[in-house]
Design a protein around this ligand. Sequence first.
Ligand SMILES: Cc1cc2nc3c(=O)[nH]c(=O)nc-3n(C[C@H](O)[C@H](O)[C@H](O)COP(=O)(O)OP(=O)(O)OC[C@H]3O[C@@H](n4cnc5c(N)ncnc54)[C@H](O)[C@@H]3O)c2cc1C
Length: 368
Amino acid sequence: MPNSTDVIIVGSGASGAACARELAASDRSVLVVDPGNRAGEAWRASAGLLAPQIDPREDNPLFELGIAGREYYRDKATEFKEETDVDIELFDGGILRLARGETEADQLREAVAWQRQHGHRSEWLDPAEVRSEFKHVGANDGALWASHDGSVNPVRLIEALRQSAARRGATFVTDAVTGLLIENGRLTGVRGEKGTYRGGNVVLAAGAWTGRLTGLPRPVSVEPVRGQMIVRPWPAKLAPGIVFGSHGYVLERNGSAYCGATMEHAGFAADVTDRGETDLRSTSESLIPALAATRVTERMAGLRPATPDGLPIVGAEPTLPNLWYATGYGRNGILLAGITAVALVHLMAKEATFEGIEAMAPGRFWSW
Ligand SMILES: Cc1cc2nc3c(=O)[nH]c(=O)nc-3n(C[C@H](O)[C@H](O)[C@H](O)COP(=O)(O)OP(=O)(O)OC[C@H]3O[C@@H](n4cnc5c(N)ncnc54)[C@H](O)[C@@H]3O)c2cc1C
């Protein structure tokens, strides 16, 4: 293991693995520290939707970045497969976002108009069109059809990113980081339960656990928001696809229906609950009624790293320029991990980067 490295990354979930891959690809030496198998890692329970276009809000500062995030995986899927032999199971066959009630229908119709005006493919389908094209979906008042949205398999994605990083020289260590290592007023690395790791830069990518590290120059406002999912067999005669509603979604993956997801403030308890299953059964059956005839085969839960304003925290710490944040991704950490890792490479090289990154600046939170 190298004694000193250009960049130490704390965590190797969606964010840490993507940062490791992109920083290693930019010829930096990278050391990744992660305890492995921590209960509640968000990526393991994640649906992996790439769904920037189904949000009815027009003032979403992450809209264009989300589109770029989705395109990152479309660009990289083949490269990952060739390089690592891991198929990230990119599905780019579209997401149907159902409307319930006139208010939601109006919002989604306006979202379609706004997106089209800004050069993105999106269509409004009235209830009769939804009935004729998507016979399996439940009651609705029309739908937004985002034909370019889709999904990846998050477990395979993290595997591909880690392997790609390792092939480009990144080193992975199994340890839990406890805090920053500050020597003579300078950030020189991190302390772990098993050892001390020194490096020129530190990237904080420990998901919902990031704020628990010691020595942080400001409180990292990341709280765990539990998400539960249930898995059931995908009804045999239905074509694969993704259906999204205001309370949840169903996606087909390898013959199963992944039905998500709850949003719960339950601290760091990453348990599944009967109440969660009941809610997810009901939501998924309202989206695809044929699911009522299937049984639940698996339940899972993960802790999303959520911030008070709903925006990730990405960029340099103003008071310690070699400390970087790549956390707080909430519900969109798979969608945004790849593209924000590319942005982090730009920022470290003091190069211009994507619009939208400035909304994630760490300095928006107070320091001690
Ligand atoms: C049910 C559910 C469904 C979701 N669906 C989607 C979706 O469809 N699309 C989407 O874009 N996003 C989705 N998300 C959100 C997405 O999974 C997260 O935003 C993303 O995983 C966050 O990445 P992360 O690396 O910040 O955190 P995580 O993925 O949680 O990874 C954090 C990593 O840090 C490590 N770690 C923890 N403590 C330490 C420590 N002390 N030292 C070192 N390492 C540490 C952990 O072991 C872990 O590997 C979903 C999440 C859930 C729970």
